[in-house]
Design a protein around this ligand. Structure first.
Ligand SMILES: Nc1ncnc2c1ncn2[C@@H]1O[C@H](COP(=O)(O)OP(=O)(O)OP(=O)(O)O)[C@@H](O)[C@H]1O
Ligand SMILES: [Mg+2]
Length: 255
């Protein structure tokens, strides 16, 4: 029995002639909260999309839930992987409840089960079902829409959740609240694996059990926040973490 839920073996990805990922190797255990950091264009989104089959590797093997993605039905796979992105993509003409219920409806759940699930999920992401279930997306703030995006991705109780910079368009306070909530959601929903891409170093260090630092299509270091801080493996990692210190220096300057 293995506890691995995601494994990349010698994965490479080219777009045309341009190799954007080269020889990517890592594995993630069930229940881990993984965050990914790295410069723009380093391959974070591409890596995420290879996990749910939205992009195919040019070389190598990807194993998700003990299945090699080469031999797996991708539509089925995606139903077992929640996906939350920055531009949430809620359907504007559907109510919040209908938006959350899209996949359960496709799967033919009965009305009673769906409405219970919708109310449950709204509660879990901190929105009062009474108040929000019949509203339309445009009647919600950006942060509230993002919560609905998380609820929708959780609708079928997938074992894996992928997040691609979900909070980057939000103000700092809303963002911090959502970070707290996503962390406690992960703790409550025991054994779900989260893979969360962000540009915010503090967010990555706060949320991640382990942090994957990518640069130019390679993993520079994949380690606990503590290890990254105390033993940066490369100059790039050291520089990246140093930017946090620079902010501290700025604060001291104004005190
Ligand atoms: N569909 C595509 N066709 C061609 N090139 C692509 C495609 N998608 C991504 N790329 C290229 O692959 C590289 C990695 O892109 P990716 O979106 O994975 O980066 P990222 O780390 O998510 O960056 P960011 O932090 O800006 O979101 C970039 O150089 C990008 O231009
Ligand atoms: Mg990206």
């Amino acid at each position: 029995m293995t506890n691995e839920i995601i494994k990349f073996e010698h994965v490479a990805k080219k777009f045309g002639k341009n190799e954007v990922i080269s020889d990517l190797n890592f594995s993630i255990d069930k229940g881990e909260f993984i965050t990914a950091l790295g410069s723009s264009g380093s391959g974070k989104t591409t890596t995420l999309k290879m996990i749910n089959g939205l992009e195919k590797p040019t070389k190598g093997e990807i194993i998700v839930n003990e299945q090699n993605l080469k031999n797996c039905n991708l539509v089925d796979l995606r139903r077992h992987i929640g996906y939350v992105v920055q531009s949430i993509g809620l359907f504007p003409h559907m109510t919040i409840a209908q938006n959350i219920a899209v996949t359960p409806n496709l799967l033919g759940w009965n009305k009673h089960k769906i409405s219970q699930r919708v109310d449950d999920l709204l509660t879990q992401v901190g929105l009062d079902p009474e108040e929000y279930r019949n509203r339309y997306p445009m009647q919600l703030s950006g942060g509230q829409q993002q919560r609905v995006g998380v609820a929708r991705a959780l609708s079928t109780n997938p074992p894996i959740m992928l997040f691609d910079e979900p909070f980057s368009a939000l103000d700092a306070i809303t963002r911090q609240n959502l970070q707290q909530e996503i962390k406690s959601l992960h703790q409550k929903l025991s054994n779900k694996t989260f893979f969360f891409v962000t540009h915010d170093i503090n967010e990555a260090l706060f949320l991640g059990d382990r942090v994957m630092v990518m640069n130019r299509g390679k993993v520079e270091q994949f380690d606990t926040p503590e290890k990254l801080i105390t033993q940066p493996a490369t100059e790039y990692v050291r520089q990246l973490l140093d930017t946090v210190h620079q902010n501290e220096v700025l604060w001291e300057h104004f005190k």
